[in-house]
Design a protein around this ligand. Structure first.
Ligand code: CTP
Ligand code: CA
Length: 224
């Protein structure tokens, strides 16, 4: 059931959580990134640990204190995240991808700092696609393994999130309206809609990220 008091709902389960925003280097002093703070992913890792799970948190460029009892692996780029998620997912029961992964990275990383030049008033960066980690890992999912994603949207939240559940073969997606400053990126609070593979939905109230994390872990532990 949903009781938050029962603390062993995930005992013996291996949970992998990703958090933060990847950094894609351009030269030795610059990178492309996004506004993710990692707070939501850290709260999820802590909630899973409290529920008795063995938790690995793969963190992209976060400055948050490690959640108690959680193994934290720090990475920078989307490609490093992919490698670490693949390695950890092998023996995992659950993967929760809360990280904000850069969809593109600079096509080339300069060895030296890129200098501006007097004649160039504009500059064009060439970007190439990063691997889709959820899609890659979801394709190798074994029966019984649960894969959960987040959908960060500024428009058409539910429609876009529904497309992602299907295209990434997810069991559940957490739809997050990031156009609202009170929720989502960097905020301490969040309000989300859980969207399941079968099309059913559950909207959470506006509450703290630790509360949203508890609700998510309660739902996942029922499905395990
Ligand atoms: N994700 C991923 N690998 C990527 C990009 C995203 O695993 N290269 C994951 C995110 O961690 C998140 C989910 O996919 O759990 C959805 O991310 P989002 O950025 O909302 O969707 P995209 O599929 O990247 O589509 P778009 O940004 O174009 O809306
Ligand atoms: Ca994206």
């Amino acid at each position: 059931a949903h009781e938050l008091g029962s603390n062993h709902r995930m005992a013996g389960k291996r949970v992998v959580v990703t958090a933060g925003g990847t950094r894609e280097p351009l030269d030795p002093v610059r990178y492309l990134t996004n506004h993710s703070s990692g707070k939501m992913g850290y709260a999820i890792a802590q909630a899973a640990q409290r529920a008795g799970a063995d938790v690995t948190l793969i963190a992209a460029n976060t400055v948050l204190p490690a959640p108690k009892g959680v193994k934290v692996v720090h990475i920078q780029t989307a490609r490093e995240l992919l490698k670490n998620v693949q390695a950890a997912f092998e023996a995992a029961d659950v993967l929760i991808m809360a990280a904000a992964v850069a969809d593109y990275r600079p096509a080339e990383v300069a060895d030296q700092k890129i200098k501006k030049t007097a004649q160039n008033e504009t500059m064009t960066l060439k970007l190439v696609r990063n691997p889709d980690i959820l899609k890659t890992v979801g394709a190798s999912k074994r029966p019984g393994q649960l894969v959960i994603g987040f959908a960060a949207e500024t428009t058409d939240l539910i429609t876009n999130a529904e497309k992602k559940v299907k295209s990434k073969h997810l069991d559940l997606i957490v739809a997050n309206d990031v156009s609202n400053q009170k929720i989502g990126f960097n905020s301490d609070n969040n309000q989300v809609t859980f969207l399941f593979a079968d099309g059913s939905q559950e909207k959470t109230p506006l509450e703290s990220k630790p509360k949203v994390a508890e609700a998510l872990i309660a739902i996942i532990s029922q499905k395990l």
